[in-house]
Design a protein around this ligand. Structure first.
Ligand code: ARG
Ligand code: ZN
Length: 455
């Protein structure tokens, strides 16, 4: 298992054969040369980069050890989202920063827990993702194929509204805990009366960078392809679209400046060293029941009460006051390639379960047909885990019957660190799902209005 062990074995073996000193020296040089790479990888030398490990515990004892590692060592669980959900025969994705990799690797070895290194150069990838300056000659990609800082996104919002004064409006829906504005864009491509609307929010979870990238791409695509792409034209002729590119600006900012793996908002819980509420556990949908935590240090902390956080309250207020026009609610997350529908807060089926199921199924089929990529689909609770207090469930209970959460690329290869070169592909897939669902919803409402007219 370790290179040290093998060296020991080889040493013993050489002693037995009693080679002369010259041969011994050559053998050692050769050995070291051939195994240098291995020596580095086995963790006998300290890692110089953070790593992401994929570990599948195969006994209850290993489950307990992994829980312990993820809680007591400096690591970040990527999957599952909280150590409570680590179970036998289920893959765990664990980010291990450079300074704790030796300790963690040793510990896993000691308990004979095998693992695969999914990413050995996490730091390099993080650095690559932040290299977003368009003047950087190394980055040939265009604006929508890169990740952007919060400041750049605010600039982009203003610029977009200025460039499209007749069709784009900026709406201030609220502000974050640290008093950053929550801006949504309203796309209104024509002035037909009584239009319905779709809401899309991105970046509830700070580290899911592909999500804000999708919101930017979606706005750009809508403005560029209205009157060019048939599906997009139909959709925008029939509904307005509200897009909130960064629902958790404090968290997003923090992932650029301090901790790339941050998930929650940045609310400091008084009397504890803990920071952050999971905004997707803070809505009033079976709030803080099984699948959320009332422990402020947890990654799935539900907050002090439903809508305790200014970010979730702002979105809830906006949806409440526009619930008669908003027909479709979409929340964009990553990773794991899933198209989720209510409910996540209970095992019960939504009242319109079958029509929602038909929609996610068809969306996944279209993604598969056009992009050869697999998305799983179904109600959140059954497809991933019970997760109460989510925005999608709450919106559905409010009466927005077509409510979904998308988990974009990938399935774990890069996880939250999806390289910029994958942004385009991930966005195209999500766009396909949005189009499929919006067209289906329109079909249904047109069918119901025309049948009402015929009676
Ligand atoms: N990964 C998302 C989360 O943990 C899943 C969201 C699904 N919907 C929900 N209401 N929980 O928040
Ligand atoms: Zn998320």
């Amino acid at each position: 298992m370790s290179a040290y062990l093998r060296m020991g074995e080889l040493g013993q073996c050489l002693d037995i054969f009693q080679f002369g000193p010259d041969i011994m020296a050559t053998v050692w040089v050769l050995f070291i040369f051939l195994n240098f790479d291995l020596l580095l990888k086995t963790g006998q030398c300290a890692e110089t980069s953070g790593q992401v490990l994929s570990i599948t515990p195969n006994s209850q004892e290993q489950v307990e050890i992994l829980k312990n590692v993820s809680i007591h060592y400096q690591t970040v669980l990527w999957q599952p989202v909280s150590s409570d959900y680590i179970k036998e025969q289920t893959q765990v994705h664990l980010y291990v920063p450079a300074n704790s990799s030796q300790t963690v690797n040793d510990l896993l070895h000691r308990h004979s827990i095998t693992y695969e290194v999914m990413l050995s150069n996490a730091d390099e990838i993080i650095e690559m993702q932040m290299r977003n300056d368009s003047t950087d000659p190394r980055s040939g990609a265009t604006f929508y194929q890169r990740y952007h800082t919060l400041e750049d996104i605010y600039d982009w919002i203003n610029r977009t509204a200025k460039d499209y004064p007749n069709t784009v409006k900026v709406i201030l829906v609220g502000s974050s805990h640290e008093k950053r504005p929550l801006y949504a864009l309203k796309l209104s491509l024509n002035n037909r009366p009584n239009k319905k609307a779709m809401w899309i929010d991105c970046g509830i979870h700070a580290r899911e960078w592909i999500s804000p990238a999708f919101c930017l791409f979606f706005v750009h695509y809508s403005l560029l392809f209205y009157n060019q792409n048939q599906a997009m034209t139909q959709i925008l002729d029939n509904m307005d679209v509200y897009v909130l590119p960064v629902m958790n600006p404090d968290g997003y900012k923090y992932t650029w400046t301090n901790d790339r793996m941050w998930r929650k908002n940045r609310f400091p819980k008084k009397g504890t060293p803990c920071i952050g509420v999971d905004l997707n556990r803070n809505f009033d949908a079976n709030w803080c029941t099984r699948g959320a935590s009332d422990y402020p240090c947890s990654e799935i902390y539900c907050g002090a009460f439903p809508e305790s956080e200014p970010e979730s309250q702002a979105v809830a207020n906006f949806l409440r006051s526009h619930k008669d026009s908003i027909q479709i609610y979409l929340s964009i997350h990553s990773y794991s390639q899933m198209l989720l529908m209510p409910y996540s807060c209970t095992m019960d089926e939504a009242e319109n379960h079958s029509e929602l199921y038909e929609m996610v199924k068809q969306a996944a089929e279209n993604i598969r047909r056009y992009y050869r990529n697999i998305y799983t689909y179904g109600p959140g609770a059954k497809t991933i885990y019970l997760a109460p207090g989510g925005s999608d469930d709450w919106a559905h209970m409010l009466g927005i019957k077509y409510s979904f959460t998308f988990e974009l690329q990938d399935r774990g290869r890069y996880g939250f660190l999806l390289p910029p070169s994958h942004i385009q592909g991930a966005c195209n897939e999500a766009l396909t799902a949005v189009k499929t669902i919006a067209l289906k919803v329109m079909e249904k409402s047109q069918a119901s209005t025309s049948s009402r007219q015929t009676v």
